[in-house]
Write a protein that binds this ligand. Structure first.
Ligand code: CP
Length: 302
């Protein structure tokens, strides 16, 4: 989890990520830090960015990569998460990258298998590599993150991205605000060490970064879901609302975006303000940094 990282390791991971960003911009991108190592991607929830960037990251470091097609695996015949992981573990992978809808799934697996486990998102709990790539994007855009005020806006309650970002941003000295409707901000959010706002105009005043979140409908079974039009009117980021933030404020979104719901295309696609495509690029570099740091831990980096 991002909350398990410490203030000494995190800047080292960011420095490594920075180096990989430059490396990835070269035409030839092959390293052998993970040569002879096997990485298994096990995604029980849908993913575009995280799954593909972990696969690309591992391949660029020279690993053998297996991306398990969960939809056509024996999970569909009723095999449990733990049985699946223990089965894969018997094939002696070195790293298991897991995404699962259950909070705590990665932690649970790490107690059952002999290889390293990397959390690629567990329920509403954490998405640590997302927070790392977000921090890398902010650091490259602003230089110093300690003076930043970052607003995380929208569906905070169901967001693992919010939880990981709060932990990592606060650890690095940034101020974090949570902005959203009372129904989508956890009741204990004031204990997260953030300022909480239920009004976009008030909350965005003085912010340098506006991080928008999707309505995570897949975690809202039975809840009262706002209409798209009503939600966009009060909480969707457009030019008018962005003008309430500091001049030069940058816009972020972990993706996938729902255009016209939490964000307007006009803002999302404006490369002078939007860091969204940078975030995707940083995703590969940040995940290379995480995987490479595991190779250093084995003590046989080549
Ligand atoms: N940000 C993120 O986790 O995106 P994916 O669901 O596409 O992996």
């Amino acid at each position: 989890a991002a909350s398990d990282l410490d203030p000494y390791v995190t800047p080292q991971l960011l420095d490594l990520g920075d180096a990989f960003v430059d490396f990835n911009r070269q035409s030839s991108k092959a390293l052998d830090l993970l040569h002879g190592r096997t990485v298994v991607n096990l995604f029980f929830e849908n993913s575009t960015r995280t799954s593909s960037s972990f696969e690309i990251a591992a391949k660029r470091l020279g690993a053998d990569v297996v991306t398990m097609p969960v939809a056509s695996s024996s999970v569909k015949k009723g095999e449990t998460l733990i049985d699946t992981a223990v089965t894969l573990n018997a094939m002696k992978p070195d790293i298991l990258v897991i995404r699962h809808s259950a909070s705590g799934a990665a932690e649970l697996l790490s107690q059952k298998v002999g290889c390293a486990v990397v959390n690629a998102g567990d329920g509403r709990h954490e998405h640590p590599t997302q927070a790392l790539l977000d921090l890398l994007s902010m650091r490259r855009a602003f230089g110093d993150v300690t003076s930043l005020t970052v607003a995380i806006c929208g569906d905070i309650t169901h967001s693992r991205v919010a939880r990981s970002n709060v932990a990592l941003l606060q650890m690095m000295g940034a101020r974090v605000r949570l902005i959203g409707p009372p129904t989508l901000v956890p009741g204990d959010a004031d204990r997260w060490g953030c300022e909480v706002f239920h009004d976009m105009r008030e909350g965005l005043k003085g912010c340098d970064v506006v991080m928008m979140l999707r309505l995570q409908l897949e975690r809202m079974a039975g809840a009262l879901v706002p209409s798209t039009r009503e939600y966009f009117r009060f909480w969707g980021l457009d030019r008018e609302k962005l003008a309430w933030a500091n001049p030069g404020a940058r816009v972020m979104h972990p993706g996938p975006m729902n255009r016209g719901v939490e964000i307007d295309s006009d803002v999302a696609d404006d490369l002078d303000v939007s860091l969204i495509q940078d975030q995707v690029e940083m995703g590969v570099a940040a995940r290379m940094a995480v995987l490479a740091s595991l190779s250093a831990r084995w003590g046989d980096a080549r």
